[in-house]
Ligand binder design. Sequence first.
Ligand code: GYE
Length: 311
Amino acid sequence: ATILAACMFTSASAKDLVVGFSQIGSESGWRAAETTVTKQQAEKRGIDLKFADAQQKQENQIKAIRSFIAQGVDAILLAPVVETGWDSVLKEAKEAKIPVILLDRTINAPKDLYLTAVTSDQIHEGKVAGDWLVKTVGDKKCNIVELQGTTGSSPAIARKKGFEEAIKGHDNLKIIRSQTGDFTRAKGKEVMESFLKAENGGKDICALYAHNDDMAVGAIQAIKEAGLKPGKDILTVSIDSVPDLFKAMAAGEANATVELTPNMAGPAFDALDAYLKTKKEPPKWIQTESKLYTQADDPQKVYEEKKGQGY
Ligand code: GYE
């Protein structure tokens, strides 16, 4: 009985866990799905999740982290809106002995300030997107317009880098315009409208590379309103693999997307559980998979399947 009692009090079982989650906001369908899945994963594990939506503002994320520290939570999940500006608040969490796990984006900070980061390989995502376009256009001249993600965020920086690596050495492919659409449909549409106006009504544009599907879906609307056929006159490649992108693909209005799982919380909670039990630190990076989907992959079927994955 003594041993049993000792076990009960040594390891913090999942039912006692209180975890604070500082979420960026709900700028995209993917982000909303990540929130849904994180809440489902917490529920399934009996974790008491304290959720804070920062409305895209870093200062709100910092405030939320301070509040979680004051509440004495057992751990903090952070989806960091930008790469910089986290050192002091993460030092406060470290001093309070509260482990921090990064979700879907990385930060420029000493690695001892967070337990691990659960993210995709965002340079690889950009490379997969670029490689697809290189293969698809062959030797044809192709002027590309690029809708970047949130300025200063790790995905925007990495996805740009990976795509440029892929098209390097293929002089027929050139990025002629590149601007942030802040990962949203509305801004993606607005910036694409300005690209179309600036490029002879879009006749000189061969392809769109958008750092996420939501900006691509907004841009597809703009292309149609300009009287052009998205997916034909202007090819599209983007990242996330949200249901509405597959709807566009099934209609022949989008060509390719690189999948990002919204389930970052599953691996995060597993790593946290193991750490709390063993005190052994996990690797600093837990990588999630990336998969290319094109019109050849039965987009209607994938659209239906996606409905059950938090969307
Ligand atoms: O691609 C986008 C969201 O941080 C990788 O953020 C994530 C990105 C994702 O706004 O839809």
